[in-house]
Design a protein around this ligand. Structure first.
Ligand code: DP6
Length: 386
């Protein structure tokens, strides 16, 4: 019997991946850029155990057993076995996998990226796979390839037909821009979720704007945002981030039939950030939205207390502060009368934003050394079941 437990972080794209040129290999139409979140606050944790006595492969996600016969999962397994060290018996044994997130899945925060990155990283440890594994994680979920490394990451779309050059690499480390903070505003939303996979398939088939984006927009944006991050040029970074998020959501509307991930709360957040940036005459905060209504705000540490106070002023909460604030603690600050007077956005109903997660940029996937942290017991059964 052999067992390993790993953690892998969530990542947030500032240049979005939207559209595939090959569905089976999960090859994107363009490069994308992301920041890796601190693994302490938002992460997947996965234990993988292999044993000659296991009758079949099994997987539990957040305490519930799921089918192992998932094509993406099987695709990752096949590649991991091919890349395993020769003569390693473990690859012939069945495995049990148990994975959980430390943030509510119901919140609609991207969990597949962290989940697949963690699964691939953990099995790679078990099979002693050497070399790049981002290309394997990519086959679980495209954005998962960006969760293997920490800091600031570029997923290169690649040009080869077999996809072997479509991998993710770090271009700036965790210690590069330590003042950067990310606030995730979790928005209440009961609409039916529309998965990224289905959405981007439909956009690829029907949106000419998506083609224009991939052919003529992203290459230059990627160069410019990498330069801005390397030079810690917040103004340029923020403008590109916001424009890229807006372009992605415009493509959703250009898709036929169209769909929309942003709701009215997301739109009010966008207005609020622009009003705040206008007040200072320069971008102080950048918003970006994935396939859901939750906002992700990039800003510098010194500006967090004021921005949070402003959000709370416009979006009053209906829960206790201990439930409302998660992640890195936020210092309280009162809003200046001048700022209140200049922000021309009415106070909203209570409870539209469920809570705020503060995090910083962090390291990539890691092995957890403490054996007490394993999610499976000695018999390979989850310690916690739902
Ligand atoms: C909007 O990686 O979830 O978050 O490859 O089909 O699994 P699949 O899609 P997924 O798409 C993520 C889309 C996005 C933008 C991004 O993360 O770049």
């Amino acid at each position: 019997m052999t067992i390993v437990t790993c953690v892998a972080p969530v990542n947030m794209a500032v240049i979005k991946y939207w559209g595939k040129r090959n569905e089976d290999l999960i090859l994107p139409l363009n490069d994308s850029i992301s920041a890796t979140f601190n693994v302490e606050y938002m992460r997947a944790k996965t234990t993988v155990m292999a044993s000659p006595t296991f009758k079949e492969n099994k997987i539990w996600l957040n305490g519930k057993e799921e089918s192992f016969e998932n094509p993406r999962l099987l695709h990752c397994m096949k590649e991991l076995k091919q890349r395993a060290q020769k003569g390693n018996d473990v690859i012939n044994w069945n495995i049990h996998v148990c994975s959980e997130n430390n943030f509510p899945t119901a919140a609609g925060l991207a969990s597949s990226a962290a989940g697949y990155a963690c699964f691939v990283y953990a099995v790679a440890q078990l099979y002693a796979v050497e070399g790049d594994i981002t290309g394997i994680a990519r086959k679980g979920s495209g954005s998962a390839c960006r969760s293997i490394s920490g800091g600031w990451v570029q997923w290169h779309m690649g040009h080869l037909n077999d996809g072997s050059d479509s991998i993710a690499t770090q271009f700036a480390s965790v210690s590069h821009w330590t003042e950067m903070r990310i606030l995730t505003l979790v928005v209440n939303d009961n609409r039916k979720k529309y998965s990224s996979t289905v959405g981007m398939r439909r956009s690829t088939a029907t949106s000419s704007f998506l083609k224009h984006r991939a052919d003529s927009v992203v290459t230059e944006r990627v160069l410019n945002i990498i330069k801005a991050i390397k030079e810690k040029d917040f103004k340029t970074f923020a403008e590109i981030t916001m424009r890229d998020s807006n372009q992605f959501h415009a493509i959703c509307l250009d898709t036929f039939p169209p769909f929309m991930y942003l709701n009215s709360v997301s739109m009010t957040i966008i207005e609020l950030i622009h009003a705040y940036n206008d007040f200072y005459g320069t971008p102080k905060v950048a918003y970006t939205f994935d396939a859901g209504p939750n906002a992700c705000l990039f800003l510098l540490e010194a500006d967090v207390p004021e921005v949070v106070a402003l959000i709370q002023h416009i979006f009053p909460s209906d829960v206790a502060p201990v439930e409302y604030f998660k992640g890195i603690p936020v210092h309280h600050q009162n809003l200046s009368q001048e700022l209140k007077a200049k922000i021309d956005i009415p106070k909203q109903n209570k409870g539209l934003i469920k809570y705020i997660f503060q995090t910083d940029v962090g390291e990539g996937a890691q092995v957890v050394k403490d054996e007490n942290e394993h999610l499976l017991n000695e018999s390979g059964i989850p310690k916690k079941l739902k």
